[in-house]
Ligand binder design. Structure first.
Ligand code: PLP
Length: 415
């Protein structure tokens, strides 16, 4: 496709848009951080759609990965087959949790990941048998959003979106206060007293429902679309997980919005080192190149399934879609390895990441951060790019270009 923007003819829309009276602007090209409309205007995409397009539009590497996958395997039915693309993405995600979440189920959206999560939690308790199998309830938070499908909405505390569907939604979900320091912290509160009050509220809810009736507690790690981007106060996640653990329920974090780098770490829970039992990711996973979400399953849950039915009783026609997996894998950052097939790292004594750092500074005028094994003396090299939020599109392109040049320069010599 040429770079020239060609206007499409304005014809009445057959699409069921959010508004039946006004059509939204028609986008005929998306590139970098700009959306170009059919009436000739250019819009700076500051929200990345619904907080999705985190690497900008029309990234040639992701486009290439998608094309390659289309030319290899465009689709298989995931309950019966697997693909290199699905395996690669799943092992990237497992590795990103340090192996603490050893299994991944790829879905087509965030809502589907949430629903898979809820079903997984229920299945976990049925596999435990005895009184545990009677657990059917969930605790979520007021003013939360976990999706617009009936299952996702069912665990969402978003009153407006629930309103007319209320009679269709499950009755086994109750809601407690979110962690919203800006509005709910009292003048004499410290972080500790505020967190203690929220933990007490969760404990009270367990007692009210009957602690042995609750499958899981489901939160957004960082509240997203309903409260604004509101991070939990320090100590909140670990206090809530302790209450959950005490009552034997699963601690479930919805990172559809907060995950995949949005908060500065790949997973938002890394900020407090609180590993959930189940987790969702979506938006930043595919960055908009393909519709995709995922459920990450913690070891405790995997072990119970592996010792029980040895199956996950849920699938969808398009889950684990290879093209979506290939796009999502290409979207992630880069780890430098000696052998891509076996993922063998460079030996630590070769100092690959520090050498790239030095080459970046001396030859390519770019300051990169060496990371990975170099930090603790083990094998494994990462080059970390952490640009300022005020960065321009041209500067992002410059970073990509110079980083690639520095890596190629050093790896060309290292072999
Ligand atoms: N969970 C959270 C935290 C979200 O922010 C969203 C969407 O905004 C969803 C779930 C639903 O994801 P999707 O719209 O991809 O179904």
């Amino acid at each position: 496709m040429s770079d020239k923007i060609v206007s499409t003819e304005a014809v009445p829309s057959s699409v069921l848009h959010a508004s039946l009276s006004i059509d939204p602007p028609r986008i005929i090209k998306a590139k970098g951080h700009y959306l170009h409309t059919s009436n000739g205007s250019s819009i700076f995409d500051a929200s990345g759609g619904a907080a999705v397009s985190c690497i900008g539009h029309a990234n040639p590497r992701v486009q290439h990965a998608i094309t390659q996958q289309l030319n290899t395997v465009e689709y298989t039915f995931s309950p019966h087959f697997t693909t290199d693309a699905y395996e690669r993405l799943a092992s990237f995600l497992v590795d990103s949790t340090g192996g603490k979440m050893p299994k991944v189920f790829v879905t087509g959206s965030g809502s589907e990941a949430v629903e898979a999560c809820v079903k997984m939690a229920r299945q976990y308790f049925t596999e435990l048998e005895g009184p545990q199998s009677k657990r059917t309830r969930f605790i979520a938070r007021d003013r939360s959003y976990h999706g617009n499908t009936l299952g996702g909405l069912g665990v969402s505390g978003h009153k407006a979106r629930r309103a007319i569907y209320e009679p269709l939604l499950g009755k086994n979900v109750s809601f407690i206060s979110p962690c919203y320091a800006y509005r709910d912290m009292r003048p004499d509160d410290t972080n500790e007293t505020y967190v203690a009050r929220l933990a007490q509220e969760l404990d009270d809810e367990f007692q009210r429902l009957g602690p042995n009736t609750v499958c899981g507690v489901l939160f957004e790690t960082m509240a997203g679309l309903t409260l604004g981007a509101v991070a939990p106060v320090p100590g909140y996640l670990s206090a809530m997980k302790s209450v959950c653990d005490r009552h034997g329920a699963l601690f479930i974090l919805d990172e559809v919005l907060a995950g995949m780098g949005r908060t500065g770490t790949l997973h938002a829970w890394e900020q407090e080192s609180v590993v959930p039992d189940l987790q969702t990711v979506a938006k930043g996973l595919g960055a908009g190149y393909m519709p995709i979400g995922a459920l990450l399953v913690g070891k405790k849950v995997v072990d119970v399934l592996a010792g029980g039915t040895k199956a996950f009783m849920h699938f969808q026609t398009y889950h684990g879609h290879p093209v979506a997996c290939a796009a999502a894998h290409e979207v992630q950052m880069i780890e430098l390895v000696k052998d891509k097939g076996t993922k063998t790292p460079f030996p630590v004594h070769q100092k690959v990441a520090p050498t790239i750092h030095a080459a970046g500074l001396q030859k390519f005028s770019i300051a990169l951060l060496p990371g990975g094994g170099v930090v603790d003396g083990t094998n494994g090299d990462l080059v970390v790019v952490a640009p300022p939020y005020t960065i321009s599109r041209e500067e992002v392109e410059l970073i990509v270009e110079r980083t690639a040049e520095a890596i190629e320069y050093v790896l060309g010599k290292t072999g």
